[in-house]
Design a protein around this ligand. Structure first.
Ligand SMILES: Cc1cc2nc3c(=O)[nH]c(=O)nc-3n(C[C@H](O)[C@H](O)[C@H](O)COP(=O)(O)OP(=O)(O)OC[C@H]3O[C@@H](n4cnc5c(N)ncnc54)[C@H](O)[C@@H]3O)c2cc1C
Length: 419
């Protein structure tokens, strides 16, 4: 296969992006790694953009387990099965499924090696591996420690472990959550988790308490969360900001202790949310930089480091856009349209992307914010005047309505991606 000159490619521009003649003779091959919100979306929308494309989705499990609403699973208001989705509808639309983790790739030869020893060739590759925990970035927190102090920031076994620990905790116990500096996956939902666990304590174990130790002084939706906490959980939830000594520098799994510069906090149930980085395959592919995340150009989500590899979702470093399922889904659609355009020699259109995030302060108390993004100066920036969030003084019926909208959002996005 004739490959485009690497330097000319990186320089960008539609002329440099025309398909090589050899590709024009056959269906172009697009391989997608990771079947979560970003990867499943891009695979599905690539086929919809051009049914002739040969699209393969590499997944590490035949079942995907979603994080949104997993905080409900932790407090026993939802079962794990409601979080799980398969890929039948994608294969019915012509996406080829490869159920075996991608373990490495050769960007020069444009091939991906799978754990089952098969190799797949691609013309364009999309990486959507989500996050990995940056083990030991929080001193003392490694994979063994996570079996005692679960992070539950990837849904699945960790979610259920945290649920069992909460369930087993005596009334009068102490739950401690530590919250890291950004960027991390969906930081707003750390405060949703704290709220829902406080709801569980108030309703099931009222002598117990939850403390959030935070590496930040401010966070998204802060006024709305704090108003809700004051109203609903004055005796059950305490937030310790960075400047009040909330920054955790180490943990000790043997004693379930969080160490800050000023104090040690021991917990009956310990839930550290540790620093994170792009999924391992992105690190080994060379598309992640020293930050651990993957710089991309904001129109096609092509890597700024390796040509013909696109990165979407949590793994990507996009500027202002948060790491959220809604964002990964929006990026998947934009990336699919851009790749289809590039493969037919056209210039991708400049996109506008939306992210909306609902959080539950209690099962009948929802809050939300929405933002719009556009490309500028090599990244995504907020469209001024286009963002909005729930009013800080909204009445109870609005909060209850937003809680219902949150459930509607989850149904809608999972139906679009997997259904
Ligand atoms: C508690 C919690 C609540 C949340 N709530 C919300 C919410 O309300 N709204 C919202 O918008 N977002 C929410 N999020 C964030 C959301 O879950 C993520 O932003 C979203 O899943 C990112 O999508 P992604 O495709 O980048 O990664 P993922 O959805 O994690 O998908 C990545 C997939 O790739 C797989 N993978 C990784 N490496 C390989 C490999 N080498 N080979 C094959 N497969 C691989 C992974 O196992 C995974 O299945 C929440 C997150 C948490 C933790």
């Amino acid at each position: 296969m004739t490959r485009p000159n690497r330097r000319r490619f990186l320089a960008g521009g539609a002329a440099a992006l025309l398909p090589a003649p050899a590709i024009a003779q056959r269906a172009a091959k697009v391989v997608v790694i990771g079947g979560g919100f970003g990867g499943a979306t891009v695979a599905r929308f690539l086929k919809r953009a051009d049914a002739k494309l040969d699209v393969t989705l590499i997944v590490d499990s035949a079942t995907f387990t979603a994080c949104p609403f997993s905080n409900y699973v932790i407090i026993g208001l939802r079962e794990m099965q409601a979080q799980q989705f398969g890929y039948d509808k994608l294969t019915a639309e012509g996406v080829t499924l490869a159920v075996s983790a991608a373990r490495g790739l050769d960007a020069g030869k444009r091939t991906v090696a799978l754990a089952n020893d098969t190799t797949l060739a691609y013309d364009r590759l999309v990486l959507a591996p989500g996050i990995d925990i940056d083990w030991n970035a929080l001193k003392g927190y490694d994979a063994d420690a996570a079996e005692i102090m679960p992070h539950a920031w990837k849904a699945g076994a960790q979610t259920l472990l945290l649920r069992r620990q909460l369930d087993a905790m005596e009334d009068g116990g102490k739950v401690v959550i530590s919250s890291p500096a950004t960027p991390v996956r969906c930081p707003t939902q750390i405060y949703e988790r704290a709220s829902l666990i406080a709801y569980y304590l108030k309703t099931r174990k009222p002598k117990s308490k939850l403390i959030i130790l935070d590496a930040k002084d401010t966070f998204s939706q802060q006024r709305n969360f704090q108003n809700g906490w004051k109203e609903l959980y004055p005796d059950h939830l305490e937030w310790v900001s960075l400047s009040q000594g909330g920054g955790v520098s180490a943990v000790n799994a043997a004693t379930k202790t969080f160490v800050t510069d000023f104090d040690n906090f021991s917990a009956d149930v310990a839930n550290p949310i540790p620093p994170q980085k792009a999924g391992a395959i992105a690190q080994s592919a060379g598309v992640a930089d020293r930050t651990g995340w993957c710089p991309v150009e904001p129109i096609s989500f092509e890597s700024q480091l390796v040509p013909s590899i696109h990165v979407i979702g949590d793994a990507a470093m996009t500027g202002a856009m948060p790491k959220a399922a809604f964002a990964a889904n929006a990026q998947g659609k934009v990336c699919a349209a851009a790749i289809a355009a590039l493969l037919r020699g056209a210039k991708p259109a400049e996109p506008r992307l939306i992210n909306t995030c609902y959080s539950l302060v209690a099962p009948d108390y929802g809050i939300s914010f929405a933002e719009v993004f556009k490309p500028a100066n090599g990244m995504l920036v907020d469209v001024e005047g286009a963002a909005g969030s729930s009013a800080t003084n909204a009445p109870a019926e609005v909060r209850a309505r937003e809680a219902r909208y949150a459930e509607g959002w989850f149904k809608a996005i999972t139906a679009e991606v997997f259904g």
